[in-house]
Design a protein around this ligand. Structure first.
Ligand code: 26V
Length: 746
C-alpha cells in the first residue's frame, strides 16, 4: 500500500480539503498503525530506564523519519497544497520535563531504539505536565499545559495496578508512547491515575494538594514549599516506582524468568534520586514472593544502577521518616533494615541511609544498593569521586564510573537543521549517521573557502527563519548570542545580564559596539523560586528598555522567548552563533544544550564546567572561549568561606555601575522596584554563585568573541571545527558505553 492510499483511510476528506488538525490526526493515526504492524522483537534481557521526566518533544516528524516515510509524506502534502511544517504546528508538545535531565532521558530512549537495543522507559503521565510560562507585566506567570489531546501518539496501555498508598489504594492506568528505531519499536510506559480529576485545577496551577486520589498525576514537580506539596511529590515518586516494579516483575515472569535471577532479565537505570524508592519496593515485592530479605537485596543490587545528575547539596533529596510512614508505611521497615546493615559496617555518618535527623538520604540509599554509580561528564564524576561522594568512593571504588552525556543527532541535527544535515552529506557523505565520529572528516575542508562560505550561508538562513518565528523585529545581521536553559542562579543568567547592562550603559555613553548584538534568553523558573523569577523580571525589563530606546536598539537587543521548550529550542539552536555556558565551575554536572549548540555550529563562551571541559579538549583553545575561576578554586573558596561579594562590588567600578543600575530610575520605570531591589541585595550581600569574581574575565572574553566574529572566514573555521568534533557527543556513543559496561544487553 502506498502512503497516499494509507493516509486516505485516516482522513475524513481529500487532503487539500482537510484542516491541519485533521491532517495531524490522520497522519498520527497512520503512523500508529504502521508502528503496530511491526513485529515485536523478542529479547532476553531488557533495560528499564526509570525517570520522573521524559522531555520527548513533538513526535510526528521524528516518527516519520524513523519509519522512513518523511519524504513521501512531505511530497504528498505539497502536491495537495499543504505543508508538513504546518501539520507539525497542530501537534501539542508533551511537557513532561524540566530541562536537561528529562531531555537526556528522551535522547537516550531514541538512541536505545536506534541501536536496536531492547529498552523501555518508565515514568508518569502528568496531565498538565510542567507549567506553561506566560509573561505578564515583565513577569513569569504559570498556566497548566494540557497536551494529551485525543489524536496523539499516546495510547492506552493494557496494564492497570492497585497501588497501596498511605491509607488508600490507588488505581493506575498505563499509557504508552512508542519509541521508533529503524529496526525496532520500544515503549515509554507512562502511568496515570485512573481517578485523576482535571477539574480540581482552579486558577493558574492552583489545586487542592491533599486529594491524592484526584491530583497525583496532574503536574510535574508540584510546588513543594509547603507540607502538602512535599507529601504529594513523595506520593508521585512512589506511585511511579510501584507501577514500574510491578511491570518489570510481570514482564520477567511473562518471559518465563525466575525472579531469583531477575538481573538476567532486567537492568534498571535509576535516573537521579526521584525513582530511588524502586529499590526498597522491589525488595519488598521479592520478599512477598518468598525470597529472604538478604537474597532479595542482593538480587536488587545486581539489577539496579544509579545515575547522579547534580552535586548541588540543596538538590540531594531526603525524606523525613515521618513522611515515609504516611506515604509508604510498608517500606519503612525495609529501609530501616538496610540502614542497620550499613551502620553496622560503616560508622561514618555521611554514608548513613537514615541520618541523624531521621531523614532518608535517597542518594545514600541508592549508592549502597546498586551495582553502578555514574556521573554524567568527566569533571562531574571526578568531583563525585574525589570530593562530594568521596566517602562512598573509598568504600566502593569499583562502582563509580563516568558516562559523559550525549544528544540524539537525529533530532538535534537532521530534524532541526536540515540544511546543515544536507551540507554535511554533500561534503563528507552520510557515514556520520551510523558513526558520528566520522564528522571529523570535515576537518579536511577547514581551509576550503567555498565550504566555509556555505556554512555561513546556512547559519544566516537559520537566523532569518528564527526572526520570522520570533515575535519581535530583530536584526538578522546582528550577532545571535543565546543562553537557553532552566533558570537557576548557578547557571548564572545574572552574569550575562550584568554584561548586557554594562554594554547598554556604554552605548548610552556613546561607545558603540563594532557589531550589533542580539542577546536571546529562554528559561523557565520554578514557581516558588523567588530569585530566579526576579532574574526573569530583570531580563524582561532589559528587553523593554533595549526595544524602546532608539539610541540603543540598533546596537543591542535583549529578547526572552516565552515558554522555552523543545519546539522553540529546535528553532533557536540552529540560529545560534554564541553559546552561553557560563555556570559557576563545578556546579553544572554536564549540560547538554552546550552539545546541541556546538553541533549546530555555535561557538561556546563558557567556564571550565561540566561537559564544557570535554568540548574544550576536543576543539582546542582556538575554537572555544573559556573564562573564569576553575572548579578547584571555587571549591576552595566555598571550603574557606572566604568569598565576600561586597568587596568586589566596592572595588570594581564598572561592576558597581551595572549593579546600581538594577534599581535605578530607568529599570524601575518599567519594572517592580521591590523585585529589582531584592535581586540587587542578593547579589551584593550573597552572590552565592560567585558572579562578581568572574565578571571582569567574562567581559573581556565576551568582547574578544565579538571582535573575532568580524573575521568571517576565521569564524567559519571555528564553526567547522566545532561541528567536526561534536561526534563524541552523540547519545549513540553514550548508550553504547552504558550497554557494553553496565547493561550488557544482547
Ligand atoms: C534540582 C534542584 C531541585 C531543587 C533545588 C534546586 C535544584 C537544582 C538542580 C536540580 C537538578 C536536578 C537534576 C538535573 O536536572 N540535573 C541536570 O542533568 C542534566 C543531564 O544529566 C545535566 O546535563 C545538567 O548539567 C544537570 O543540571
Amino acid at each position: 500500500m502506498t502512503v497516499a492510499e494509507r493516509l486516505k483511510k485516516h482522513c475524513p476528506k481529500p487532503i487539500y480539503d482537510c484542516t491541519y488538525r485533521e491532517l495531524y490526526a490522520g497522519i498520527s493515526q497512520m503512523v500508529n498503525e504502521m508502528i503496530a504492524e511491526r513485529k515485536p522483537e523478542p529479547c532476553q534481557k531488557k533495560l528499564y530506564y526509570v525517570s520522573a521526566e521524559f522531555l520527548i518533544g513533538k513526535l510526528l516528524v521524528s516518527n516519520l523519519l524513523s519509519l522512513g516515510i518523511y519524504d513521501q509524506v512531505e511530497r504528498l502534502l505539497t502536491e495537495n497544497g499543504k505543508s508538513l511544517n504546518e501539520v507539525e504546528g497542530a501537534e501539542e508538545e508533551p511537557s513532561l520535563g524540566n530541562g536537561g535531565l528529562g531531555r537526556l532521558a528522551a535522547c537516550f530512549m531514541d538512541s536505545v531504539a536506534a541501536l536496536n537495543l531492547c529498552g523501555d522507559g518508565i515514568g508518569l503521565c502528568y496531565r498538565f505536565g510542567l507549567f506553561k510560562q506566560v509573561f505578564e507585566e515583565n513577569r513569569q506567570t504559570e498556566q497548566p499545559n494540557p497536551w494529551m489531546d485525543t489524536s496523539s501518539f499516546l495510547e492506552k496501555g493494557r496494564r492497570s495496578y492497585e497501588i497501596p498508598c498511605g491509607d488508600t489504594v490507588l488505581h493506575s492506568r498505563e499509557y504508552t508512547i512508542s519509541v521508533v528505531g529503524e529496526k525496532r519499536v520500544n515503549a515509554l510506559h507512562l502511568f496515570d491515575l485512573e481517578t485523576v480529576d482535571e477539574t480540581l485545577v482552579e486558577e493558574g496551577i492552583l489545586y487542592d494538594k491533599a486529594q491524592i486520589e484526584k491530583n497525583l498525576t496532574l503536574f510535574l514537580y508540584p510546588d513543594d514549599s509547603d507540607e502538602a506539596g512535599k507529601l504529594l511529590r513523595l506520593y508521585q515518586q512512589y506511585f511511579m516506582v510501584a507501577n514500574g516494579a510491578r511491570l518489570i516483575l510481570d514482564e520477567c515472569r511473562e518471559r518465563g524468568g525466575n525472579l531469583r535471577r531477575l538481573y538476567d532479565y532486567a537492568v534498571i537505570q535509576i535516573n537521579d534520586t526521584h525513582p530511588v524508592l524502586m529499590i526498597p519496593e522491589l525488595i519488598y515485592l521479592l520478599v512477598k514472593e518468598g525470597i529472604g530479605i538478604r537474597e532479595a537485596t542482593e538480587i536488587v543490587k545486581k539489577t539496579c544502577a544509579y545515575t547522579n545528575h547534580t552535586i548541588l547539596a540543596e538538590a540531594l533529596e531526603c525524606w523525613p521518616l515521618a513522611m515515609m510512614r504516611k506515604v509508604v508505611p510498608h517500606l519503612v521497615p525495609m529501609i530501616q533494615v538496610l540502614d542497620e546493615w550499613t551502620k553496622k559496617k560503616y560508622s561514618n555518618p555521611k554514608v548513613a541511609i537514615i541520618d541523624a535527623d531521621n531523614r532518608v538520604q535517597m542518594a545514600n540509599l541508592a549508592i549502597h544498593n546498586t551495582f553502578s554509580i555514574n556521573g554524567v561528564a568527566f569533571l562531574h564524576t571526578e568531583i563525585l569521586k574525589h570530593s562530594e561522594l568521596n566517602h562512598f568512593y573509598q568504600i566502593y571504588p569499583e562502582r563509580f564510573n563516568n558516562k559523559t552525556n550525549g544528544i540524539t543527532f537525529r533530532r538535534w541535527l537532521t530534524q532541526c537543521n536540515p540544511d546543515l544535515d544536507a551540507f554535511l552529506c554533500r561534503t563528507i557523505g552520510d557515514r556520520f549517521r551510523k558513526d558520528p565520529s566520522a564528522l571529523e572528516d570535515l576537518l579536511a575542508h577547514a581551509k576550503d573557502k567555498k565550504v566555509l562560505e556555505e556554512l555561513l550561508i546556512i547559519k544566516q538562513a537559520n537566523k532569518r527563519r528564527l526572526c520570522e518565528y520570533l515575535p519581535w523585529e530583530l536584526n538578522e545581521n546582528s550577532i545571535f548570542d543565546i543562553q537557553i536553559k532552566r533558570l537557576h542562579e548557578y547557571k548564572r543568567q545574572q552574569l550575562n545580564l550584568l554584561y548586557l547592562i554594562d554594554r547598554y550603559l556604554s552605548i548610552k555613553a556613546g561607545k558603540l559596539p563594532s557589531m550589533p548584538i542580539t542577546a536571546i534568553f529562554g528559561a523557565k523558573a520554578a514557581p516558588a523560586y523567588t530569585i530566579a523569577k526576579d532574574i526573569i523580571h530583570l531580563i524582561l525589563c532589559m528587553q523593554e528598555l533595549t526595544e524602546n530606546d532608539s539610541e540603543v536598539s540598533p546596537y543591542l537587543r535583549v529578547a526572552m522567548v516565552e515558554n522555552y521548550n523543545v519546539t522553540s529550542a529546535s528553532r533557536l539552536i540552529p540560529a545560534c552563533e554564541v553559546s552561553q555556558q557560563i555556570s559557576l565551575a563545578s556546579k553544572e554536572a554536564s549540560g547538554t544544550g552546550n552539545m546541541k549548540l556546538m553541533l549546530n555550529g555555535a561557538i561556546t563562551l563558557g567556564t571550565e564546567d561540566g561537559a564544557n571541559v570535554e568540548i574544550h579538549r576536543l576543539v582546542g583553545d582556538d575554537n572555544i572561549y573559556i573564562f573564569g575561576a576553575r572548579a578547584e578554586t571555587v571549591l576552595k573558596r566555598y571550603g574557606e568561606k572566604s568569598y565576600v561579594a561586597r568587596e568586589y562590588y566596592e572595588t570594581v567600578p564598572e561592576l558597581k555601575r551595572a549593579v546600581d543600575f538594577i534599581t535605578g530610575d530607568k529599570l524601575c520605570s518599567v519594572g517592580n522596584r521591590q523585585c529589582l531591589k531584592r535581586l540587587q541585595n542578593e547579589l551584593i550581600e550573597k552572590d552565592w554563585f560567585m558572579t562578581f569574581p568572574d565578571f571582569a574575565a567574562y567581559k573581556e572574553t565576551r568582547n574578544a568573541v565579538y571582535s573575532d566574529y568580524q573575521d568571517r572566514m576565521e569564524w567559519a573555521k571555528k564553526m567547522l571545527v566545532n561541528i567536526a568534533m561534536a561526534g563524541y557527543f552523540s547519545s549513540d556513543r553514550t548508550i553504547m558505553e552504558y550497554n557494553t559496561q553496565l547493561w550488557k544487553l544482547k
